[in-house]
Design a protein around this ligand. Structure first.
Ligand code: NAD
Ligand code: IPM
Ligand code: MN
Length: 354
């Protein structure tokens, strides 16, 4: 079982260290880890945010554990050299078009959510975000407008093929959740042609899944309903940009962005399971980097997702999730959740509860 570990920038290495510690504490036999540079760190060392060598390591492994990228000192670089291109490049190059972002308020931990407990209690959803298309990967540029000022443009587009394959993942994900056979497809079909194609294609793809309750919602309404009625969502199927925004929003409803993990999957399988990349949904958090206060929970839960999807080790994944739940219940909260425990202390608390 080979795992590529790509810590990246800012709090990336801090939270990844704890995630690796938890992984090692499980004592799984035959596990080998390879580390690679990504992001601003990679640009500074190798002149590129996603060096060929890192991509080769990622390709040769069964799964990738990713920290975060982003470095304010790189914000003026040409776009193709910016740290963020590392994560976009990995997703694209590795064909990871399906991003699963679960958001759940654990029973007894309603107090971590800013929502009223009776509303927070109902929050148990998974965002299925398309990851290799949309306005992220369309043509883009800056041109001179007629009045002599600059004008930026980014092409938003989705093909039926791209929509169909992510819709099928959403239906499959809904079926795997035994409690809620419900998919809400989120778009902006009242304004965007991209979204009309999205909606038509999702409806068509749903034909083969008559037992799943499919509904459609405009993204602005979805943002509102995710806060007012989070319990009405099971699987939220959406595009790359809307999924990015709604997942940060969902994390705030759970309590902190430091709690939400993600899995990015494609079509490739290995001898153990699906090839995938696993990462917290948060970024490099330059505002708190280097202070030892980042919440490593999202990174740790990403390891659990990795064990589940890439290695079919459901029991081990559950062990991590339960240990995380217990550590939270025992009050091991970081600054993000109103507590005073640091990154390492939270990692240790999880290891001790495995
Ligand atoms: P961010 O997610 O890094 O931080 C947003 C806020 O949440 C900050 O106040 C931060 O301190 C806090 N936060 C984030 N993770 C936390 C954690 N684990 N524990 C406690 N608090 C946490 O988003 P941003 O500030 O908009 O972006 C910073 C950089 O990260 C940018 O360069 C951005 O492009 C990049 N980014 C990278 C990824 C990724 O690598 N997948 C994701 C998002 C943002
Ligand atoms: C995320 C991040 C990335 C995204 C950025 C860093 C490119 O915000 O993983 O959520 O927008 O997908
Ligand atoms: Mn994001």
């Amino acid at each position: 079982m080979k795992i590529a570990v790509l810590p990246g920038d800012g709090i990336g290495p801090e939270v990844t260290r704890e995630a690796v510690r938890v992984l090692e504490a499980l004592g799984l036999p035959g596990l080998i880890m390879f580390e690679g540079d990504v992001g601003g760190v990679a640009y500074k060392r190798h002149g590129h945010p996603l060096p060929e060598e890192t991509l080769t390591i990622a390709r040769s492994c069964d799964a990738v554990l990713f920290g975060a990228v982003g470095d304010p000192s790189c914000d003026k670089l040409d776009r193709h050299l910016r740290p963020e291109q590392a994560v976009l490049g990995l997703r694209k190059e590795l064909g990871l078009f399906a991003n699963l972002r679960p958001a759940k308020v654990f029973p007894g931990l309603e107090h971590l959510s800013p929502l009223k407990p009776e509303i927070a209690r109902e929050l148990d959803l998974i965002i299925v975000r398309e990851l290799t298309g949309d306005v992220y990967f369309g043509d883009k540029g800056v041109r001179m407008a007629n009045d002599g000022t600059r004008e930026g443009w980014d092409m938003m587009n989705y093909s039926e093929t791209e929509v169909r394959r992510i819709a099928l993942i959403a239906f499959r994900t809904a079926r795997a959740r035994n409690n809620k056979l419900r998919v809400t497809s989120v778009d902006k079909a009242n304004v965007l042609e991209t979204s009309q194609v999205w909606r038509d294609t999702v409806i068509e793809a749903a034909g083969a899944h008559p037992d799943i309750a499919l509904s459609h919602m405009y993204v602005d309404n979805a943002a509102m309903q995710l806060i007012s009625h989070p319990g009405s969502f099971g699987v939220v199927l959406t595009g790359n940009l809307f999924g990015d925004i709604l997942s940060d929003l969902a994390s705030a409803a759970v309590g902190s962005i430091g709690l939400l993990a993600s899995a990015s999957l494609g079509e490739r399988s290995t001898e153990y399971g699906m090839f995938g990349m696993y990462e917290p949904i948060h970024g490099s958090a330059p505002d708190i980097a280097g202070q030892g206060v980042a919440n490593p929970t999202a990174a740790i839960l990403s390891v659990a997702m990795m064990l589940r999807y890439s290695f079919k080790l459901d029991d081990q994944a559950k062990r991590i999730e339960t240990a995380v739940e217990r550590a939270l219940a025992d009050g091991f909260l970081g600054r993000d959740l109103g507590g005073e425990h640091g990154t390492e202390a939270i990692g240790t608390a999880v290891c001790e509860r495995l």
